[in-house]
Design a protein around this ligand. Structure first.
Ligand SMILES: [Zn+2]
Length: 207
C-alpha cells in the first residue's frame, strides 16, 4: 500500500518528462484514451511471475517496452522481490546504471529510456514471520539465508534505503497518530526538498 502511494508524493512531471513518458506509453500501447499527455509519474508493479522480457522489454518482431520503460520517470515496484527469477532481477542492473535499455530483435535494435525509482518489498523469510517481534517462524536458518540471498549483492548495492517494517498491531492502528500523514502532506514536503536540492545544484550539471 505504501509503494502504491509513492507516485502520489512525486512532483508532477515536467513538460520534457511528460513527453518522454507519453512517447513510451504510446509505443507500449497503454496510453489511456482521452489522455493525450501523461502528466503524473507512472507506477508499474509487475507480478513476480513476470518474464525477463516483460520486465526489460522485447517480444517477437517489433521490440516492445518492458516494465522498466513503462515506469520511466516514475516508480517500478517489485512486491515479493525474492520470488522474481534471478535472471529478471539481474536484468534490472543495466537500466539502473544507465537509465536506458537496448533491445535487439530481428526487426531491429531499439533504445528505450528506463530511468525509474525502484522499490522492492521482501519478506524476511519464506513464511514472513521472521521479524524482531513476530513469532512463530519455524523456517530453518539455512532456508532463511538462501531466501535472502536471492536478492544479489550487486542489485542491493544499487538500493539506497532499506527500511525494516515490523508488523502493525491493532492498537497501533487505532491509537494516536495511527492515521499517519496524507499523501498531500508528504507531497508538499517532497516538493520543498526537491526545490532546495535544485537550488543547491543549480550551478552543477547534477540534478
Ligand atoms: Zn519464517
Amino acid at each position: 500500500m505504501l509503494a502504491e502511494r509513492l507516485p502520489g508524493i512525486l512532483p508532477p512531471l515536467t513538460r520534457q518528462e511528460s513527453l518522454e513518458v507519453t512517447a513510451v506509453h504510446s509505443v507500449g500501447g497503454i496510453l489511456p484514451p482521452g489522455e493525450p499527455l501523461v502528466r503524473r509519474a507512472p507506477y508499474c508493479a509487475p507480478h513476480h511471475s513476470a518474464t525477463m522480457q516483460s520486465l526489460v522489454g522485447g517480444g517477437n518482431g517489433l521490440p516492445r517496452p518492458g516494465a522498466v520503460s513503462l515506469a520511466h520517470r516514475g516508480v517500478l515496484f517489485l512486491d515479493e522481490a525474492p520470488e522474481f527469477s534471478g535472471k529478471a532481477l539481474d536484468a534490472l542492473r543495466q537500466p539502473l546504471e544507465s537509465g536506458h535499455v537496448v533491445i535487439a530483435r530481428a526487426a531491429g535494435v531499439v533504445r528505450l529510456p528506463a530511468r525509474f525509482l525502484l522499490a522492492l518489498a521482501a519478506n524476511p523469510c519464506p513464511c514472513g514471520r521472521h521479524t524482531l517481534y513476530g513469532a512463530g517462524c519455524e523456517c530453518p536458518a539455512s532456508v532463511i539465508r538462501r531466501y535472502q540471498a536471492r536478492l544479489s549483492g550487486p542489485l542491493l548495492d544499487r538500493v539506497d534505503l532499506r527500511v525494516e517494517v515490523e508488523p502493525v498491531t491493532r492498537s497501533d492502528l487505532l491509537g494516536q497518530g495511527g492515521r499517519g500523514e496524507t499523501t498531500a502532506t508528504v507531497a508538499a514536503r517532497v516538493h520543498e526538498a526537491r526545490t532546495r536540492a535544485a537550488a543547491r545544484l543549480s550551478d552543477t550539471p547534477g540534478r
